[in-house]
Design a protein around this ligand. Structure first.
Ligand code: C2E
Ligand code: MG
Ligand code: MG
Ligand code: MG
Length: 279
């Protein structure tokens, strides 16, 4: 990093940089403790809505960490640290277990779980995930695994074999944050997947740039042509929703509908939406 900064090499020695390093290593230690004890970590679930029926068809499991002194720490902060230290394997397995247990309360919902590229580097990923499904009594067909382009950096053959194995026992695979990397189209060709999740940066640009509408429409057509389902992430406005509906988007997720919430609140939402349906 210091090298990248070029003439700013001395930066690493500045006190605030030192503080960053200290914060990082304290987060690392604290995360280890949190994983051992389990009481500071939780999983929240964000509803995914069908484009046509406006029903909740799935939820995405998202890790949450409430630190005893620092308060809520964002996944954007602790996931990269967990990835760098390898703790993501334990964290990922823990989230998977929580999500599988929760999925039994919602037999009609697909529960999505994020997988880090680092987890793909473990030879036992398949055994770990199928083991958790078996132990919890979940149905793999109702569990969707979200992967990002990061898996492309790894051994293609191994990743491909793992994805094939996972799909063969019923898991579905979604490509998360689609369009943000530099080789999104190439990984569509290299890996068999079931769904594309259009990154929220494209959705948020809808109505602001002409290009974003063209890109979103093109990804929706691509999905249709390839027989892939498409989810729009980060839908925040009624206008974005109208555009996506008109363009034939099958699933949406975003603050317009609901943020991530504890499992009990999903229960409440489901009860309420059933009452509305019946009315
Ligand atoms: P992601 O997988 O793309 O998850 C979607 C993120 O977008 C979530 O942030 C969600 O709260 C946020 N989001 C949803 N709707 C909206 C919206 O309308 N507007 C905006 N601005 N944001 C929206 P979150 O929970 O902070 O997670 C951030 C990222 O951290 C996730 O992005 C995922 O890459 C990672 N992450 C979270 N939990 C896990 C986990 O258990 N395992 C792994 N490997 N990664 C995780
Ligand atoms: Mg995701
Ligand atoms: Mg995403
Ligand atoms: Mg992401």
């Amino acid at each position: 990093r210091a090298k990248e900064d070029g003439r700013d090499c001395f930066r690493v020695f500045e006190p605030d940089m030192d503080a960053t390093v200290r914060l990082r290593s304290s987060i690392e230690d604290d995360l280890r403790r949190a994983l051992d004890r389990g009481d500071e970590l939780s999983v929240h679930y964000q509803p995914q809505i069908s484009g046509a029926g406006h029903q909740i068809v799935g939820v995405e499991a998202l890790a949450r960490w409430t630190h005893p002194t620092r308060g809520a720490i964002a996944p954007e902060q602790f996931i990269p640290i967990a990835e760098a230290t390898g703790q993501i394997r334990r964290l990922g397995a823990w989230v998977m277990r929580e999500a599988c247990i929760a999925s039994r309360r919602w037999p009609d919902l697909v529960v999505s779980v994020n997988l880090s590229p680092v987890q793909f580097r473990s030879a036992d990923l398949f055994e770990t995930l199928t083991g958790i499904v078996r132990e919890t009594g979940a149905d793999a067909r109702m569990i969707q695994l979200e992967v990002t382009e990061g898996i492309l950096l790894d051994d293609d053959a191994l990743v491909r074999t793992t994805l094939t194995q996972l799909r063969s026992v019923g898991f579905t695979i979604a490509l998360d944050d689609f369009g943000t990397g530099y080789s999104s189209l190439s990984y569509l060709r290299r890996f068999e997947v079931d769904r594309i999740k259009i990154d929220r940066s494209f959705i948020q640009a809808l109505g602001q740039t002409v290009d974003s509408a063209a890109i979103v429409s093109a990804v929706l057509s691509l999905g249709q042509a390839m027989g892939l389902a498409v989810t729009a992430e980060g839908v925040e406005t009624a206008e974005q929703r109208r555009f996506l509906e008109a363009a034939g988007c099958s699933e949406m997720q975003g603050f317009l509908f609901a943020p991530a919430m504890p499992a009990e609140e999903i229960d409440t939402l489901l009860i309420r939406s059933r009452l509305t349906d019946a009315a």
